[in-house]
Design a protein around this ligand. Sequence first.
Ligand code: F6R
Ligand code: MG
Length: 364
Amino acid sequence: EKTTLSVIKADVGSIPGHVVAPPELLEECEIELNRGLTENTINDFYITRCGDDIQLIMTHFSGEDNTDVHRLAYDAFLRATKKAKEMKLYGAGQDLLKDTFSGNVKGMGPGVAEIEFEERRSDPVIVFAADKTDPGAFSLPFYRMFVDPFCTPGLVIDPTLQEGFSLEIHDIKENRKITLDAPEDTYKILAFIGSTGRYLIKRVYRRSDGEIAASLSTEKLTHIAGKYVGKDDPVAIVRCQSGFPSVGEALEPFAFPHLVSGWMRGSHRGPFMPVSQEDARNSRLDGPPKVIALGFQINKGTLVGPEDLFSDVAYDRTREKAQEVADYIRRHGPFEPHRLGEEEMEYTTLPQILKSLESKFKKI
Ligand code: F6R
Ligand code: MG
């Protein structure tokens, strides 16, 4: 029997403004997921939050895209929405684009990352969750952990990693995908994924046996809704050890706080800051963009853990660097490259302002 790990997330309200989802909402989700346990829809779960987003981390035996599991997650978010509305929380229910469930949460607002796998003798996984950024924030880290030997020594010194990994890259503008192999397609891979707003690494596979290694939520709320409804704060799952990057190799890319899109009004670039669960609240200019990493061992369809991986003091310098970068880039105020470029601003409310001045333009 194969085990499935499903991570489904949504922002259904926070306190104050867009800073953090309060415990009351997580409690509502817990009531619903406990029902899912009783009814055997899921086998185990853990609920967390990163900034204004709630992540439902669930194990079960029903495979990816399972209607019952997705319905359960949607029901949990609907229940939390009801509470958020009672509490007059900000953005109550903001990521739920529909009030009736229709088979799969994809296209309905929540973000999804899932993997189905035969459990090995021991199966360590990391669940990443980020706020105030988009799925493109994971392109650089995924590349580094699965392709770059300067990050992952195992690619060079462990025979089980030597065949490399395949990257399934999604073009979210044209709704198409391409699979490229590392190491030989490295330059081509980079030619695509350097455009973080368009090409995303949806899944990573181990080439020696085709085993799934990683999965990323790539839902773009802006594209789903056709107008600006916030960034699609992503979640990701990475399998670790014996034939995959070790836990430390999978975390090492985050020791560099690279610049990502999102932050204030989903319209700015800022450093990606790894923090503990406790510190995953976004108050400096609604940010800066943050990421948490929870380590689990999967045991016969249950979740052992989590271990809060970025609570390690070894990331203190990264956080300090991120603060420095935040100070630096903030001084650009409304100028690029702090503010996103024109194309990405098309999905914000800025075009309304520009349009109102249309008639005042004169030819030059
Ligand atoms: C970005 C985010 C916040 C809001 C900002 C304005 O993802 O959630 O930065 O964009 O607080 O929010 P509204 O438009 O709801 O007042
Ligand atoms: Mg968010």
